[in-house]
Write a protein that binds this ligand. Structure first.
Ligand code: SAM
Length: 254
C-alpha cells in the first residue's frame, strides 16, 4: 500500500517489516510513484493516446525521448524496426533522420493494413522509409531486410512486434547481424513482466516476455551486453528510466 502525503512531502509504503517513509522528491519515492503511474497507465491504456506527425504511435512518450537521445548519439545509418502498426514509430525515427540529414528506416510487420500503408507512403518523411510485410522471423523476410542494407551501414534494431519470449529470442538471433558495434538492439515492452494481474495480461507473462528472451540471448552470446543508455543531460537526481522497455537495450561490443 502506498500513501502520499503531499503536505508533509512524504511517501509511505508498507513493507514486510513495517512502513518505509521516503521524501517525495527522493529517487526511491520517484521510483515507487513511477511504478504506480505505469500500472495505472497500463490499465487506462495511456500509451494508446499519442500520435507523431499525424500517425498513432503506441509508445510511452518517455521511451521516445530516450530512444531519440540514443539515436542522436549513435547516429546510425539505418533503423530496423519490427512492428509497424499505424506507423507512428517509423515516422518518428524517420523524422529524426530527416532533421539529422542522415539515416533511413526499414519497418517489418506481419500485416500492413492498406490504410496504414497509404498514410505512411503519403507522409512527408516517406522517402526515408521502406516497409516489408511478413513475419519478422521468417527467413525470407530477414533476407528482404538484408537486401535493404548497404555493406557499410551501421544499424540499430528495435523489436516491437510479437512480444512472446520465443518470438523475441528468434528476432534477437535473426536481427543481431544488422547491429553495428557500439549500437543497440532494443527488445521493447518488457513491462509485460511487471503488470501481470492487470487487465489484458496473462499469468504466463511472468516468464513469457521480452526480458526473458534477452536473458536467453545473452546466455548464448558474448558479443552483446545489457546496458542502460546514459542520460546525456541530467541535472536532476533521477537516473533510472520510467519505461515500458526495462532491460531492453543490448549493446553490441564486438
Ligand atoms: C505494438 S504494435 C507496434 C507499434 C509500433 N511500433 C508503434 O510504436 O506504434 C505490434 C505490431 O507487431 C505486428 N506483429 C505481430 N506479430 C508479428 C510478427 N510475427 N512479425 C512482424 N510483425 C508482427 C502487429 O501486426 C502489430 O502491428
Amino acid at each position: 500500500m502506498l500513501k502520499i502525503d503531499l503536505e508533509a512531502g512524504l511517501l509511505e509504503v508498507d513493507t514486510r517489516d513495517g512502513v518505509d517513509r521516503h521524501p517525495i522528491g527522493s529517487p526511491q519515492a520517484f521510483r515507487l510513484l513511477s511504478q504506480a503511474w505505469l500500472r495505472s497507465g497500463w490499465d487506462a491504456k495511456y500509451v494508446y493516446g499519442f500520435s507523431w506527425m499525424g500517425r498513432p504511435i503506441i509508445q510511452l512518450p518517455e521511451d521516445m525521448m530516450r530512444i531519440q537521445e540514443v539515436l542522436y548519439r549513435i547516429q546510425p545509418d539505418v533503423v530496423i524496426e519490427t512492428g509497424i502498426a499505424h506507423g507512428g514509430s517509423l515516422i518518428f525515427y524517420a523524422s529524426l533522420f530527416k532533421a539529422m540529414g542522415k539515416g533511413r528506416v526499414v519497418g517489418v510487420d506481419i500485416e500492413i493494413r492498406p490504410h496504414n500503408r497509404q498514410a505512411i507512403e503519403a507522409h512527408e518523411v516517406s522517402d526515408l522509409i521502406a516497409m516489408i510485410e511478413g513475419s519478422s522471423i521468417d527467413a525470407d523476410v530477414v533476407s528482404q531486410v538484408r537486401r535493404q542494407l548497404r555493406p557499410a551501414d551501421r544499424g540499430l534494431v528495435i523489436l516491437d512486434s510479437n512480444h512472446t519470449r520465443a518470438h523475441v529470442l528468434a528476432e534477437l538471433r535473426a536481427y543481431a547481424e544488422f547491429v553495428a558495434v557500439d549500437s543497440y538492439i532494443v527488445a521493447c515492452d518488457g513491462i509485460m513482466q511487471e503488470v501481470v494481474g492487470a487487465p489484458r495480461t496473462h499469468p504466463d507473462w511472468i516468464t513469457d516476455n521480452p526480458q526473458s528472451a534477452v536473458k536467453d540471448f545473452l546466455a548464448e552470446r558474448d558479443d552483446f551486453i545489457l546496458e542502460e543508455p546514459v542520460f546525456p543531460f541530467n541535472e536532476g537526481s533521477i537516473t533510472e528510466r520510467v519505461t515500458y522497455w526495462p532491460n531492453a537495450f543490448l549493446r553490441r561490443i564486438k
